[in-house]
Every structure is written in C-alpha cells, then in structure tokens.
Design a protein around this ligand. Structure first.
Ligand SMILES: Cc1cc2nc3c(=O)[nH]c(=O)nc-3n(C[C@H](O)[C@H](O)[C@H](O)COP(=O)(O)O)c2cc1C
Length: 206
C-alpha cells in the first residue's frame, strides 16, 4: 500500500492510511502494467462515490497504453507540454467528464462538478490502497479531447489523470528528483475551517 516514494501528509492527529499516503507523483514505472482487476477496482470506487440525488454524473474514459495504444496516444496529444514531459511514462491516461443535466427532468445539475470531484478522489484513494498512484491534471486541451473522443456537449470535460505504479526513487531521473522529493504542503486547518462563524479559525487538537 505504501508508495515507492512516500510523501505522507503531516496531520495534527492521525488520519486514515490511504488519505495520508495519497499524493500526486510524476515518476511512473513504464514497464509495470496495471492489471484489469486493479483497474476495475479503482473504477468501482468511483462508481460508488456519493452524488446529489444519486445522479452519478461522472463519466470516465480509460486509455490503457498496453491494450489500446491509439487511445492512449490520442489522450497524450491533448496534454499540455509541461504535463507531457512526465506523462510519457504513465501506463494509463484517463479523462473525467461530468453530465451537466439532471436525468429525470433535464434541468441543470448544479452539483455535477462537485460530484465528479468526489468520484475523482475516490479513484485516487482506491489507487493508493492498491499500491498505485493517480495524478489528476487540468493542463490539457479540452477541445481536442472532446473532438477526439466524441464527447457530447452536455458533458463538461473536467480533468485528465495518470494511473500506474510509482518508480522507485533510485530509478527516478535526476531532473525529476527535486520535484518528486519536495515535501507536500497545505494551508493550516484554521485557515480553511471556521468554528461557528466565517473567519473564526477552527483550532484542532486532541
Ligand atoms: C483539478 C486538478 C488539476 C490539476 N492539474 C495538474 C496539472 O495540470 N499538472 C500537474 O502536474 N498537476 C496537476 N494537479 C495536481 C496538483 O498540483 C496536486 O494535487 C496538488 O499540488 C497537491 O498535491 P498532492 O496531490 O500530492 O497532495 C491537479 C490537481 C487537480 C485536483
């Protein structure tokens, strides 16, 4: 379950192991394919994410380099150059879309993007639980993805992601090491959680 390059979250009190261990690394092992069972498990976790009125607005396109190199190339071509530099080694690229309407009455679903984000985190945590690493990306050409994969207008293209196994540190290129080893940071709890009143920073503790 632990990452090849661990960068655990430093929390004021212990939290669950997968939330602690998950992080968005960039150094993938191009030689390790993701088994169908692991891929299915990660996708099942997204399927079972909560959503407003159980609309389940997320749609996910999987492009596995091993089984469908053409789809993988198509997804790769849409990535921003800065992301292409490291995504080249990821065995799986994915696209997360979100249906913007409510099924039963075709009105706007105000929560669709929120729900798609929940499914995305569920994917990432299940990946971590299976010893895999998932890295979400906003840096890509949505128009290219829409055209290449034939995504209807009523779906917002939210993010792309990489999925695969992390490369052990000793195999990571020197040029990537600094970024892979830089500690993760977060705003303090009191800056993002308020106690009963807007701006009143929550004080955590035991
Ligand atoms: C919606 C979204 C878009 C992101 N876009 C990119 C991206 O284009 N390229 C990239 O390298 N990382 C991207 N990231 C990863 C974030 O930079 C990363 O999640 C953040 O720095 C926190 O690090 P951690 O996930 O390791 O905790 C994105 C993450 C999210 C959720």
């Amino acid at each position: 379950m632990s990452a090849a390059i661990p960068k655990p979250a430093h929390t004021s009190v212990p939290i669950n192991a997968h939330a602690t261990a998950r992080w968005s690394g960039r150094a993938y092992d191009a030689d390790r394919h993701v088994s169908l069972e692991d891929l299915t498990g990660v996708l099942e976790a997204a399927r079972w994410a909560p959503s407003c009125m159980n609309e389940q607005p997320w749609r996910i396109i999987i492009c596995d380099r091993h089984t469908n190199p053409e789809a993988w190339e198509t997804a790769f071509d849409a990535l921003a150059p800065a992301n292409q530099t490291w995504c080249d080694f990821a065995p799986i690229l994915g696209v997360i879309c979100s249906y913007t309407r409510i099924d039963k009455d075709d009105t706007t679903n105000r929560w669709h993007s929120y729900d798609a984000g929940q499914a995305a985190l569920s994917l990432a945590l299940e990946a971590t639980a299976r010893g895999l690493m998932l890295h979400q990306m906003g840096g890509f050409e949505t128009d290219d993805i829409r055209a290449s994969f034939g995504i209807p207008d009523r779906y917002t293209i939210m993010t792309m992601f990489t999925l695969g196994y992390q490369l052990p540190l000793e195999k990571v290129a020197e040029s990537m090491k600094i970024r892979e080893l830089t500690p993760r940071t977060r705003k303090p709890l009191g800056q993002i959680v308020f106690a009963g009143k807007w701006g009143e920073g929550f004080v955590g503790g035991r």
